[in-house]
Design a protein around this ligand. Structure first.
Ligand code: NAD
Ligand code: UGA
Length: 463
């Protein structure tokens, strides 16, 4: 008989831990949910009375946090008591690509997973279900189990002996739509060996997710399904971006091609938007992880296949920067270029692996002066991503598209913010130096209006 979960601890209050636990707390008022993090500034922001200051910008998140915080949702830096009180602990820590040592540039750095598993081993009391929420290389649960087994049977302070069950429950939310993705997921995936633990977690999701959408698999299938899902999604983007380049050379239009192929129900219409390449903290990291795993198991052809998805993505970003230079008479030295959008996609303040970083760096390398505007990304974040301070680095952040385009030879749209769909080209074009270009890497601008305002236009994948 599966006992219902009454207390959850989540280690890691980031883009996944924060929103996921907020939705669990919202949908399961009978469960006390505590999200812990070592980063005191992040926890303070989660606890800020002003909900516009939450550390993660996600539409709808403020309302969910506002409903639950202080009731059954808590954010804290006190990791140990939160683990001790929990029936179930989610590991939702970062798993970035290793930067040095064996597997540098490909393998995931598991030091935070190991540290958090050790903390659970040390602080848990009685029976604890440990849930891998982070995206992990297949077979990581073996490591987590080995760490926990070392503490199995310990009796801290005369209480119940410690025991553990390990589950894999990868997260499929996308940033910008995290709340609807969590509230209405296509599926919830639970991998494990202990059926009581699986049913306990299924019982949590079952509060709002229909049973047929809760998939149960073995541990390794669950871990590998997450990497595979991201690899397939990213592969569609590299595929359509490769065709976009061919469209530009042949007079075909990638939007028409995407529509034509997307109506085939076997292909489907989603994730076929050509653009400046995929960004975000996960697609590249997870494919590189897959490449590393394939190499580790001697599957070198498979590794090369997935590596090509990442290579094509980098190529697309360099291609767009080169194209801007080429259209501006082969040189951008000293020319002002307006960059609209720095976040890796709309409706997020996240800039990790944003296409804007590589494209801006290439243009700065060519000597351009960039005026960058993003509605949600602060200048300090841009400076950190570009690796150089504003002004001295040849760029500065501005508060509006109007300020960005003043005196510019070109405007380059790199994030599909809604406000960029409605730009008043008749008002903006006269502020630019003629001849002036609009480069729309996200296919959001009103090209008819831009042309009517006297701009020359390039749109990704438009021949
Ligand atoms: P993040 O960097 O935003 O958050 C991770 C947090 O964990 C950080 O705040 C860090 O301080 C904290 N942390 C690390 N070690 C800790 C420890 N020992 N104790 C307490 N706190 C600790 O990362 P994220 O974007 O939330 O991603 C987390 C995981 O989820 C990654 O594996 C990622 O691949 C996966 N994922 C992310 C997304 C996404 O949209 N960002 C979606 C699905 C899956
Ligand atoms: C992605 C997946 O969609 C999630 O399912 C997964 O949980 C998550 O990664 C993760 O593991 O971190 P996310 O990166 O937040 O989510 O956002 P996406 O909507 O997938 O966009 C990723 C990148 O691809 C963005 O730069 C976006 O602009 C780009 N993209 C997306 C395209 O260029 N074309 C498209 O058709 C779709």
């Amino acid at each position: 008989m599966t006992a219902p979960i009454r207390s959850i601890c989540c280690i890691g209050a980031g883009y996944v831990g924060g929103p996921t636990m907020a939705v669990i707390a919202d949908r399961c008022p009978q469960i006390q949910v505590t999200v812990v993090d070592l980063n005191a500034a992040r926890i303070a922001a989660w606890n800020d009375a002003d909900l516009s200051k939450l550390p993660v910008y996600e539409p709808g998140l403020d309302a969910v946090v506002g409903r639950c915080r202080g009731r059954n949702l808590h954010f804290s830096t006190e990791v140990e008591p939160a683990i001790a009180a929990a029936d179930m602990v989610f590991l939702s820590v970062n798993t970035p690509t290793k930067t040095k040592g064996v597997g540098a540039g490909q393998a995931s750095d598991l030091r935070w997973i190991e540290a958090s598993a050790r903390q659970v081993a040390a602080c848990a009391q009685g029976h604890t279900i440990v849930v891998e929420k982070s995206t992990l290389p297949v077979r990581t649960a073996e490591t987590v189990k080995a760490i926990l087994s070392a503490a199995q049977g310990d009796v801290p302070g005369g209480g119940e002996p410690k025991s553990f069950a390990v589950l894999s429950n990868p997260e499929f939310l996308a940033e910008g739509t995290a709340i609807p993705d969590l509230e209405n997921p296509d599926r919830v995936l639970i991998g494990g060996e202990d059926s009581d633990a699986i049913e306990a977690l299924a019982g949590v999701y079952g509060q709002w997710v229909p049973q047929e959408r809760i998939l149960r698999t073995n541990l390794w299938s669950s871990e590998l399904s997450k990497l595979t899902a991201n690899a397939f999604l990213a592969q569609r983007i590299s595929s359509i971006n490769s065709i976009a380049a061919l469209c530009e050379s042949t007079g075909a239009d990638v939007q028409e091609v995407a529509h034509a192929i997307g109506t085939d129900s076997r292909i489907g219409s989603k994730f076929l938007k050509a653009g400046p390449g995929f960004g975000g903290s996960c697609f590249q990291k997870d494919i590189l992880n897959l490449v590393y795993l394939c190499g580790h198991y001697g599957l070198h052809e498979v590794a090369a296949y997935w590596q090509s998805v990442v290579d094509l993505n980098a190529w697309q970003q360099h291609r767009i920067a080169r194209l801007v230079v080429q259209k501006l008479f082969g040189t951008v030295t000293g020319k002002r270029i307006a960059i609209l959008g720095f976040a890796f996609k709309a409706d997020t303040n996240d800039t990790r692996e944003a296409p804007a970083i590589r494209i801006c760096q290439d243009l700065l390398e060519e000597g351009a002066q960039l005026a960058i505007h993003d509605p949600k990304v602060p200048e300090a974040q841009m400076a950190s991503d570009l690796g150089c301070p504003a002004e001295a680095g040849g760029w500065h952040a501005v508060a509006s598209p109007q300020l960005a385009v003043g005196g510019a030879d070109a405007v380059v749209i790199l994030t599909e913010w809604q406000s960029f769909r409605e730009l008043p080209w008749m008002e903006l074009a006269p502020l630019m130096r003629r001849p002036a270009w609009l480069f729309d890497a996200r296919s959001v601008a009103d090209l008819t209006a831009a042309r009517a305002a006297g701009l020359q236009v390039w749109r990704v994948g438009m021949g």
